[in-house]
Design a protein around this ligand. Structure first.
Ligand code: IMP
Ligand code: MG
Length: 175
């Protein structure tokens, strides 16, 4: 497996993060957000975007997984739940990427049953090609083609999350 050249550079990422934060700040004006980072993948995106959001917010995390290497298992597991009571709160979930949509659909349905005042989703990347459920993020950084990408929080087998840019991950056919 090899890492291709940057698909989204650090500068492109940061520019888009600022735009998303501006839109979110406008949309939530006068409200308070409970911002939820979905770990591990969203850790970098989440840290970057909350710094730029201009409305008061609380932070919480949820640890979930569904992937083994590059294949979704279809089964979503919540390894660590929120610590905050979300009833009556304006929840905004931050995710690295939506692919089949199964992970976010499961998380969304689970959290909706706890009666937040509202629940929206902000996904940095949206890969529509494999969508299996009806799930549209309310805010999307970039729509991307059907490629497996790593970096900026996204992993292959738990590696490459620390890259400051996003790159396409490919099978190395040269040997
Ligand atoms: P979904 O449940 O299929 O929508 O998958 C969502 C999760 O799969 C994301 O939170 C990622 O952790 C992982 N994932 C999906 N596509 C990619 C990719 O291209 N690179 C790295 N992780 C991915
Ligand atoms: Mg992952």
């Amino acid at each position: 497996m090899i890492i291709g050249k940057p698909f989204l550079t650090s500068e492109q990422i940061q520019k888009r993060v600022r735009e998303l934060a501006r839109k979110i700040s406008e949309d939530y004006e006068g409200k308070e957000i409970l911002a939820v980072g979905i770990l591990k993948g969203a850790f970098m995106f989440f840290a970057d975007i909350v710094k730029q959001i201009q409305v008061p917010l609380d932070i919480d995390f949820l640890v979930a997984s569904s992937y083994i290497k590059t294949e979704t298992t279809g089964k979503v597991k919540i390894h660590a739940d929120l610590r905050e009571d979300i009833k009556g709160k304006h929840l905004l979930l931050f995710e690295d990427i939506v692919d089949t949509g199964l992970t976010l659909k499961y998380i969304k349905d689970t959290l909706l049953s706890r009666q937040p005042a509202s629940l929206k989703i902000c996904a940095f990347l949206d890969k529509k090609a494999h969508r299996q459920v009806d799930l549209e993020p309310d805010y999307t950084g970039y729509k991307i083609p059907d490629e497996f990408v790593v970096g900026y929080g996204l992993d292959y087998d738990n590696k490459y999350r620390n890259l400051p840019y996003i790159a396409v991950f490919k099978e190395d056919s040269s040997h």
